[in-house]
Design a protein around this ligand. Structure first.
Ligand code: SF4
Length: 214
């Protein structure tokens, strides 16, 4: 955890935006339901892999109703290469059943309703809200955002919900979605987990963790 002052939020966001002007959700989807399903599949899996699996999956199951009624082994087979396919298939089916039973087959558009769906946490709900035109519920805290928020000195928390709370306070609401995408890109390309590339980082003079890694 850095001892120097935290990176100034406004300037950091400005530089990240300049470095990643096209940062966006890297999951492919056409509907909010597809986004929700793809987000569930992306746990412990790369977005690239998810994007290979979802075109056939979404052709086969075109609605929450179709997915809710699918034989579980068929659903498992369709998502097998994303890993943890028993758990993910059960989770997707449980979510789709709840959407059919409680929301007439439409994905709800509020944080409270989304996190009431079985197995949907704040991270998934924030991805869905932030990328479907709804009002974002908060910052998406994935593994990259978690790491970067700590390195930039923006949080001392370890728990994702508490980190989200810190980031929601620090970063203006209008920037939650774009800054989330930009931090994720930065975590993938420069501020990687093991040996962050501080020499190539546009935040080098702002970041309290710069050049502290061996
Ligand atoms: S790459 Fe280095 S300077 Fe850049 S944000 Fe990460 S730790 Fe800080």
């Amino acid at each position: 955890m850095p001892r120097k002052p935290a990176a100034p939020v406004e300037e950091t966001l400005k530089r990240l935006h300049k470095a990643y002007p096209d940062a966006r959700c890297t999951l492919d989807f056409k509907t909010t339901l597809e986004l929700l399903v793809a987000t569930v599949l992306s746990a412990q899996c790369t977005d690239v892999r998810v994007n290979l699996v979802t075109p056939a999956l979404f052709r086969k199951y075109r609605s929450a109703r179709a997915c809710a009624a699918a034989p579980l082994p068929d659903l498992e087979e369709a998502i097998r290469s994303c890993g943890f396919y028993h758990t993910k298939a059960r989770s997707i089916q449980g979510i789709c059943r709840a959407i059919v039973e409680k929301h007439c087959g439409r994905v709800p558009a509020t944080m409270d309703e989304l996190v009431a769906l079985p197995g949907v946490g704040r991270k998934t709900a924030n991805v869905v809200l932030g990328n479907s035109g709804s009002r974002p519920g908060g910052f998406v805290v994935d593994t990259h955002v978690k790491r970067l928020a700590a390195r930039l000195g923006w949080t001392k928390q370890k728990d994702a919900v508490k980190i989200e709370r810190d980031l929601n306070k620090l970063v203006p609401e209008k920037d939650w979605v774009s800054a989330g995408h930009e931090l994720i890109q930065h975590g993938r390309r420069i501020c990687v987990a093991r040996k962050p590339r501080c020499r190539d980082c546009p935040l080098g003079d702002l970041c309290p963790s710069a050049f502290t890694f061996k």
